[in-house]
Design a protein around this ligand. Structure first.
Ligand code: GLU
Length: 433
């Protein structure tokens, strides 16, 4: 064994993380169990994943060297149906992050009443540092390693941070080649040419904006088209860029957006189509001539009606929550607000629309894609968008009403409602043996 092998860094970075989203997810569950009056046995069942798989992914790089990556698939719950959730490629991925994200998927699917449990996958990799060919080999090897636990009736991956339609096409192909026939239902978020749903790519952003506008109206902050409403969006990726564009289309003044490199600000409103062009030409929002540069984290502290964190977890935390001046925070990302920040925001009167409601549009249309694939009958984009809208608004109304009735936060109301649905399914099925 060489010295290099002895000192090779371990792939999991859990010990060096600044804040574990799993702690927040566990606290949210604990609080819901307490509110609902469930016993410690049920709590123990719901606090642990049903199944987890950690795999080594040997990769032959383009220069013929070999590197071994680590991947995970965590299936948190199956009580209401097959496990469902995205696949993330990011250097910060570790088992605890995947566990938290899998648990949130269970609540998200239950809250929106789509017949799935929750799962999440991840590979500890910075996809920007790898060629397309390398990413294809990583994806195919990862898929083949987790093959025994995925499938249209078992667990259905979808895109998340760092993965896209192409990643899903490679997964679908690898699974199908192994099965000996084409299995479109093994993943969602596929390209349209291989069974993807119309409207899936924009679904998360569409849902975020629908919920944001419903929340603004509910809180009496104003009406789109009648009063001037302002928004700031953190993250200009799949969710954030779409949300910024749809907000602007709806008549909201988007004063700032950011990406991992920096932020741009314009008090009278950014020209989002021009910014999208700048982004596709340069790969970043930085340097856009139609606005002033702003420090990325300062975006979270702007005086706006709506703040949409649409990047990663834990960005609103105990270190900056007291400086948040938005009236409403709509969580486009999963877990952007820590539990400590939640309490600070509540004390300040800032309303937080939780991730499991706000960003559920993606998994709702994933469900539509799976339904269409199973029936081999395709809906128009209009049908997809209308059905999405109906479900998002129904979930919003149910959560807002329950929060008002029980005098709790939207997150507590949403989590309680979801946990109750999962618990009821579990208790009805009974414990085997
Ligand atoms: N990754 C997305 C999420 O966090 C979508 C999951 C899915 O469609 O299965 O909700």
């Amino acid at each position: 064994m060489t010295q290099d092998m002895l000192t090779a860094p371990t792939p999991s970075r859990s010990s060096s993380r600044r804040h574990s989203p799993l702690q927040d997810a566990q606290m949210q569950l604990e609080s819901a169990i307490h509110t609902l009056g469930y016993n410690s046995g049920l709590h123990a069942i719901l606090s642990r994943p049903r199944r987890e798989m950690t795999v080594s992914i040997p990769l032959r790089r383009d220069d013929e060297s070999i590197e071994v990556l680590t991947g995970y698939r965590v299936q948190h719950n199956f009580s209401r149906g097959p496990a469902k959730g995205g696949l993330r490629y990011s250097p910060g991925v570790d088992i605890d992050e995947v566990r938290a994200l899998a648990m949130w998927m269970t609540w998200k699917c239950a809250l929106l009443d789509v017949p799935y449990g929750g799962a999440k996958g991840g590979i500890t990799i910075d996809p920007r540092l790898y060629s397309r060919g390398e990413l294809e080999r990583v994806t195919r090897r990862y898929t083949s390693e987790i093959l025994p636990i995925i499938g249209p009736e078992r667990d259905i991956p979808a895109p998340d941070i760092g993965t896209d339609e192409q990643t899903m096409a490679w997964m679908m192909d690898t699974f199908s080649v192994s099965a000996g026939f084409t299995v479109p239902g093994v993943v969602t978020g596929k390209p349209h040419s291989v069974g993807g749903s119309l409207g899936r790519a924009s679904a998360t952003s569409r849902g975020v904006v629908q919920i944001a506008l419903a929340a603004v109206e509910h809180l009496g902050l104003g009406r789109v088209g009648v009063s001037r409403l302002t928004a700031a969006v953190q993250g200009f990726g799949k969710v954030g860029a779409g949300a910024a564009a749809m907000l602007a289309d709806a008549g909201v003044t988007v004063v700032a957006v950011s990406d991992q490199y920096g932020a741009v600000h314009r008090a009278s409103g950014l020209d989002i189509p021009a910014l999208l062009t700048h982004m596709s030409e340069t790969g970043s929002v930085v340097g856009f001539s139609g606005g002033d540069e702003l420090e990325g984290t300062a975006l979270l502290e702007l005086d706006v009606d709506v703040l949409i964190p649409a990047a990663v977890e834990c960005v609103i935390n105990s270190g900056n929550a007291d400086r948040v001046r938005a009236r409403v925070v709509v969580e486009g990302a999963n877990g952007p607000t820590t539990a400590a920040a939640d309490r600070i925001l509540a004390d300040k009167g800032v309303v937080v629309v939780p991730d499991i409601l706000a960003n559920a549009g993606g998994v709702v249309v994933s469900y539509f894609e799976w339904v269409q694939g199973n029936q081999a009958y395709w809906w128009t984009e209009k049908e997809v968008n209308e059905r999405l809208s109906t479900r998002m608004i129904a979930a919003w109304e149910q959560v807002a009403q329950s929060a008002a009735e029980h005098k709790v936060s939207l997150r507590e109301a949403a989590t309680c409602s979801a946990v109750k649905r999962v618990a009821q399914a579990h208790l009805t099925r009974g414990l085997y043996p």
